[in-house]
Design a protein around this ligand. Structure first.
Ligand code: NAD
Length: 460
């Protein structure tokens, strides 16, 4: 049982270990990344099973969305580690020569990583890759709601890493709050916007910097100039993988009224293609994580007209992939993050209507636009704000390590993946060096007669 004492003891041990400077060695970091990769390879089956037990996550979704994503991030970090860790020489004003300057990344120290339940493995492992690459010690707190995955992570990490380097603390809100009373050098949190605010308040007490990977409502605009079939397929895929429990899933569709009917026909066709006439029996369709979320989602089925789906089965935490037509901006389903397999459709006549709505809402994590019209693409990029934008695609931007992943405003603070992960867990230290062979006295007192010369030199 983890209590304040044991948490404090782990942190103390990690501080001592960090002080040995071992975690800062580039070879050490590389080795640890290799070990982490090996852990994932060794226990691939167990990871898939845990995800199946928690979310009924189909194997393909578990492998692509959690395992391969993490492995690719590790490989990317290993490949770029030397480049990322290398101090960067920068210029100095000629008046300060022969001084030289560089920017040198250094690890922050002991970092806390708190995860959410929807991608419960990768949401703690991918940030950990950044923490290791940057040379930190880490404490992981996986989501207690994804029980099986949390337990597995807590079993596996100590098999491969000593606790004074990487530790796992399992538990719910109470444990999380105990952790938050301690001083860390960085807190990396993935979860809801509501809890994100709690994390930030707790971090402020110790002046701990935070990265907050939060949620929100991701709009998906569909305009006229599209490939209908491909659009429908990409939206249905991005929305219904993991039964809609994806932070970057399209939350709702804003569709141009001219194309709405055709889009609906294609969305419906696609759903049937993916999951058959009885998605309940499809091995490729996940379940809702728990009763609380199931009930929350069932309540959201009241709005608009159900076009397809709507069936629920409490005993199996099953909610059919559902499309709801004729929803209005004021309906409850448009007021909160859906985070489940329900896709509301709202039509617009002019794009300004869609833009005005989006800009009246908290900034989303991702905005989706389906349109080949370059002017429209540009307009959306310039007049809206979101963590990311995907043009004619959904979700896959998160598997591009060169793209920082994170929100803006209510959808988050900071970012990670690839180099952004390394940056998140590093401090960029400014270093200036001056040799002794020259020491111009102009800046030293007594100042008499020196200001005019200095002004000339500095062109002031
Ligand atoms: P959550 O905020 O309820 O919980 C996240 C973590 O915080 C868990 O580990 C939990 O134990 C802890 N926690 C919960 N309440 C707490 C409290 N009062 N004090 C301290 N710690 C607390 O989120 P969730 O339900 O696990 O996940 C769903 C949310 O996460 C959605 O909003 C989703 O959009 C978001 N999310 C965001 C991303 C992203 O990358 N931006 C990824 C996945 C999920």
């Amino acid at each position: 049982m983890i209590n304040e004492y044991s948490i404090r003891e782990i942190i103390k041990q990690q501080r001592e270990y960090f002080a040995t400077n071992q975690t800062k060695e580039i070879d050490f970091r590389r080795q640890q990344l290799v070990i982490l990769k090996q852990l994932i390879i060794d226990y691939e089956t167990a990871i898939i099973q845990a995800l199946q037990a928690d979310l009924h996550k189909p194997e393909l979704e578990a492998v692509t969305g959690e395992i391969i994503l993490a492995i690719k991030e590790i490989e990317f970090a290993i490949k770029n580690l030397k480049k990322w860790t290398k101090p960067k020489k920068v210029g100095v004003p000629w008046q300060l020569l022969p001084a030289s300057a560089k920017i040198q990344p250094e690890p922050l120290g002991i970092v806390l990583i708190i995860g959410a339940w929807n991608y419960p493995f990768q949401l703690v492992i991918v940030p950990l890759i950044g923490a290791i690459a940057a040379g930190n010690c880490a404490i992981l707190k996986p989501s207690e709601i994804a029980t099986h995955t949390s337990k597995l992570i807590a079993e596996l990490i100590p098999k491969y890493f000593p606790e004074e380097y990487i530790a796992v603390v399992e538990g719910g809100i109470e444990t999380s709050q105990k952790l938050l009373t301690e001083k860390f050098d960085h807190i990396f949190f993935t979860g809801s916007t509501h809890v994100g605010k709690i994390i930030m308040v707790a971090a402020a007490k110790n002046l701990t910097p935070v990265t907050l990977e939060l949620g929100g409502k991701n709009p998906c605009i569909v305009d006229v100039d599209i490939h209908l079939e491909h659009t429908a397929r990409r939206i249905i895929w991005g929305k219904f993988i993991n039964a809609g429990q994806t932070c970057i899933a399209p939350n709702y569709i804003l569709v141009n009224q001219k194309i709405k009917d055709k889009l609906l026909v294609n969305l419906e066709k696609c759903l049937k293609e993916f999951y058959g006439d009885h998605p309940e029996t499809s091995p490729d369709y996940a379940r809702i994580i728990n009763q609380t979320n199931f009930e929350r989602l069932v309540n959201l089925l009241q709005d608009g007209e159900i076009l397809i789906g709507g069936e629920t089965k409490a005993s199996e935490l099953y909610i059919a992939p559902t499309i709801i037509n004729n929803v209005s901006f004021t309906d409850p389903i448009m007021q909160e993050e859906i985070f489940g397999p329900i896709l509301p459709i709202i039509e617009y006549t002019g794009i300004e209507e869609a833009i005005t709505w989006i800009n009246s809402q908290p900034k989303p994590l991702t905005l989706y636009l389906f349109s080949q019209n370059k002017n429209l693409q540009q307009k959306i990029l310039q007049t809206t704000s979101s963590g990311a934008v995907c043009l004619n695609e959904t979700v896959i931007h998160c598997s591009v390590p060169s793209l920082p992943f994170g929100g803006v405003g209510n959808s988050g603070i900071g970012s990670y993946h690839g180099k952004a992960s390394f940056d998140t867990f590093s401090h960029y230290k400014s270093v200036l060096k001056n040799p002794f062979w020259l020491d111009i006295k102009l800046r030293y007192a007594p100042y008499k007669g020196k200001l005019s010369i200095l002004k000339q030199l500095l062109k002031f």
